[in-house]
Design a protein around this ligand. Structure first.
Ligand SMILES: Cc1cc2nc3c(=O)[nH]c(=O)nc-3n(C[C@H](O)[C@H](O)[C@H](O)COP(=O)(O)O)c2cc1C
Length: 359
């Protein structure tokens, strides 16, 4: 009896199966507004139990990449409404991933008047793509003042309320992969000497206050968080107290009672693996739902669910290139391969044109 394809419980929600579509930035939102093409893409994948949208900014300041959507303006909320309707019609639930890029940005990607904000003025190594001038070195961000911090927390809370207006079933706070929340957690990007920097109790404060504000806005049954312990993406090096820091976070998030923690393990993409012991620590310390992701195929998903290592499994690239992934996995059909060249390019090519199996 397969667990993967049977109904799952996510707090108050019932999911049609245990398969989650992982959040994937696709850069099709011209003008940062969700559109009909995006509705078609998500609707094609609505056989998932739960869809997590691409990273979506709570603020003009958080729009670090070209053509990523926001959820702060009325036009964005309207655009998302069409998407949540289309996904619900297909049977999936849908959470919006709230991603503030922080220092992973470029002024050429930001709307007029927006600022590159981060805990400290530490530029990321490497380059970032801009539509206007191609690849550019990462500039140094502006260190956030206390009023920037409280203003940004308020933006997250408003984004959570907007998500409810737009018909989402909940939100996922993007605390992974080197974006703003992780920039507060990690000591290489957080050099602050106030109550938001220094020991982990301080470096975790911003993340926990954002979670508390989101919970106060829409309720703990509607708020999850994604974390990437041992992740190195976006110039976030490993450091000595990583395991202890994330253990503290698991404990503190458990006390806040939010719906789920979604762990990223990018070993399949060449990153250091997340130690099994740390995944087990999260399982033990966090009493609500645990989602695991990274490099899953159907067999490993079924095995990890059956072993009780997690409650749900999230899958990225296979969902990107197979709109009917659930059917293909269930029947053992061959998969379309993902085309990296069109991951982030505008238009339908490599987005809505991956074929489904003939019925
Ligand atoms: C094109 C692309 C875009 C992605 N964008 C995001 C994102 O916006 N937010 C996020 O948390 N992870 C993002 N990821 C990471 C995926 O959610 C996932 O963790 C990763 O692809 C590993 O899972 P997989 O092996 O099943 O693909 C992205 C991955 C890809 C391939």
């Amino acid at each position: 009896m397969s667990l993967l394809y049977s109904k799952a419980v996510l707090g108050p929600l019932t999911l049609q199966n245990h398969l989650v579509m992982a959040p994937m930035t696709r850069n099709r939102a011209a003008g940062n507004i969700p559109n009909a093409l995006m509705a078609e893409y998500y609707a094609q994948r609505a056989a998932a139990g739960l869809i997590l949208t691409e990273g979506t900014s709570p603020s003009p300041d958080g729009l670090g990449y070209p053509r990523i959507p926001g959820i702060f303006s009325p036009a964005q909320v309207e655009g998302w409404k069409r998407i949540t309707d289309a996904v619900h019609a297909g049977g999936a639930k849908i959470f919006v991933q709230i991603m503030h890029c922080g220092r992973i940005a470029h002024p050429l990607n930001l709307p007029a008047g927006a600022r590159m904000l981060a805990p400290s003025a530490v530029a990321a190594g490497g380059e970032i793509y801009t539509d206007a001038e191609g690849m550019k070195p990462h500039p140094a961000p502006q260190a956030m003042s206390e009023s920037d911090i409280s203003g940004t927390i308020a933006e997250y809370a408003q984004a959570a309320r907007n998500a409810m207006t737009a018909g989402f079933d909940g939100i996922e706070l993007h605390g992974a992969n080197g974006y703003l929340l992780e920039q507060f957690i990690r000591p290489n990007t957080n050099r602050r000497t106030d109550r938001y920097g220094g020991p982990i109790e301080n470096r975790a404060r911003f993340v926990l206050e954002v979670a508390e504000a989101a919970i106060a806005a829409i309720g703990k049954d509607k708020v999850g968080i994604r974390l990437s312990p041992f992740g190195v993406f976006n110039d976030m090096p490993l450091y000595d107290t990583m395991e202890a820091d994330y253990t503290y976070l698991a404990q503190q998030l458990n006390l806040r009672g939010l719906l789920y923690i979604h762990l990223v393990d990018h070993a399949a993409m060449g990153a250091p693996p997340v130690p099994d012991a740390l995944k087990a620590t999260f399982r033990k310390l966090f009493q609500r739902v645990l989602i695991l992701s990274g490099g899953y195929d159907a067999g490993r998903a079924e095995t990890d669910l059956a072993a009780g290592k997690c409650d749900l499994v999230a899958v990225g690239r296979p969902f990107l290139s197979n709109p009917d992934l659930v059917t293909r996995w269930e029947t053992g059909a061959a998969l379309n391969a993902p085309d990296m060249a069109t991951f982030y390019t505008p238009g339908p090519k490599g987005y809505t044109d991956y074929p489904a199996l003939k019925k």
